[in-house]
Design a protein around this ligand. Structure first.
Ligand code: ATR
Length: 283
């Protein structure tokens, strides 16, 4: 019997998740269906309940429901976790698993980013100097897996300094990160320090806004990574003009986070490379 999955969001028509999961299913021979569902802004919980009653096996969750999904999964007594507990920093999950009358919640965004950088770009994060720009939901969702992989000093650069400080306070509550140096940097005060990996996790690209970055920010061989996809952001243009060796949007991360969800649901790891290149051709 075909197992049913979906992605729930509002808006949802732009979502590439149905295409991605359909390609994964075809490639791995898994008998699943995957559809996009638009939930009313006040109707996320009801939509999840409906899917559970109708026998769906799980769903992805996107804007603006990731926080509510975290709460729902927590309330069902299923441990909210992923391989590196990243849901806890963000209090947000993007993957729900329906199993034995329980709901499991997972955040695969961070693993998706780490896998794109390490597997697809073949850049090991261990020991790298990382600058994370942004301290909103997107940054919070990737911080824990990034630190886990890099185990090295990291700076968070955000327009609102207190948000960077809050995020750092939260992540350093984990025993394993107590000794890792994570510092907040005030906007406009980056100085001459260089970084091997600069990640833009702000939504500034949506409004084509420039970020205040010194031209010397990229160390030799640096990767500049924008978590947004589908457009060349001012950050990416800046990186190309100022010596970043590799400049990427977040399409690979999108496919990798989907692969991680697929693995949680099906126990099978799809090959992401052909899916990423198929989507690039459609862009
Ligand atoms: P998301 O889920 O996309 O992270 P969010 O939680 O609203 O959305 O966070 C948006 C992030 O982008 C924040 O870090 C925000 O900075 P503030 O914390 O100062 O609000 C950042 N951001 C958005 N627009 C920006 C801009 N024009 N310049 C700089 N930072 C911007």
């Amino acid at each position: 019997m075909t197992d049913k999955y979906a992605v729930i969001g509002n808006p949802i028509s732009h979502s590439k998740s149905p295409q991605i999961h359909t390609m994964f299913a075809r490639q791995t021979g898994q008998d699943i269906s995957y559809e996009a569902i638009l939930a009313p802004l006040d109707g996320f919980a009801a939509t999840v309940e409906r899917l559970r009653k109708e026998g769906y096996k799980g769903c992805n969750v996107t804007v603006p429901f990731k926080f509510e999904a975290f709460k729902i999964a927590s309330n069902y007594g299923f441990e909210v976790m992923d391989a590196v507990e990243s849901g806890h920093e963000a209090d947000a999950v993007n993957t729900l698993l329906f199993k034995d009358n329980k709901i499991g919640g997972y955040n695969t965004d961070g693993t998706g980013l780490v896998n794109d950088i390490e597997k697809n770009f073949k850049i090991p994060l261990k020991g790298k100097r990382i600058l994370l720009i942004g301290a909103g939901g997107a940054a919070a969702g990737v911080l824990h897996p990034l630190l886990e992989a890099s185990q090295s000093p990291l700076a968070i650069y955000n327009r609102t300094l207190e948000k960077a400080e809050g995020l750092i306070k939260k992540v350093t509550q984990h025993e394993k990160f107590r000794l890792v140096s994570i510092k907040p940097v005030e906007f406009g005060k980056l100085g001459s320090e260089q970084f091997d990996i600069v990640i833009n996790a702000t939504s500034a690209g949506l409004t084509d806004s420039e970020l205040p970055l010194p031209a010397t920010i990229f160390a030799p061989g640096a990767l500049a990574y924008d978590m947004m996809y589908g457009r060349e952001t001012p950050f990416m243009k800046f990186a190309r003009a100022n010596g970043a060796a590799i400049v990427s949007d977040g399409l690979g991360m999108l496919v990798e986070q989907a692969a991680e969800s697929f693995f949680i649901w099906r126990g099978v790891r799809p090959d992401t490379a052909p899916v990423i290149s198929a989507l690039r051709k459609l862009q």
